[in-house]
Write a new protein. Sequence first.
Length: 211
Amino acid sequence: MDDQPGLRERKKQRTHDAISNAAIDLFLEHGFDAVSISQVAEAAEVSRRTLFAYFPAKEDLVLHRVADHGTESARVVRAYPAAPLTALRAHFLDGLARHDPIAGLCDLPEVLALYRLITSTPSLVAGMLRFRESAEHALAAELGDLPGVAPLTARLAAAQIASVQWRLSMENHDRVATGVPATTAYPGAVAAAEQAFDLLSHGLAPVLPQA
């Protein structure tokens, strides 16, 4: 009996992944707007009701792969409250070293194809902006829990940090999308990240905890 919850969760995850993979394949082949929910459900061999239980909106079929990272910066700050900027810098640099798609430095064909799909579809672009706003709010909430950080200061700092992370990621995405290998782009991406976080540190040092 103890194994049943784990078994159910694994089954749910397999269904979730099957629906998502079927949707992405169809969207990449035909375009996001040209594919209906019914077509996705049929390809995944599930009912529309089951599909909506996992993905309440059509855009979620794509954007969940990004949205899963929405509280990542907040989690980093929660883990290292004594030096949030230092921790966020290290986390971003680690993402670059791992060629994490969230850091923008990933040249896998399937990642580039997904990036093109998102940036060429207005409703997905809008969803990405909502994801960014949600991530910023989560970060602001975490910064606001730090000793001595006022609510407005937390929101302003989160807006600056989130904007820098977003811009760095987009710059990296755009470069590898032109055919530059991630390994070739890596040194420049690191230099840009170091410069950006240096600027953040100089501006935010008086108001955020420093190790």
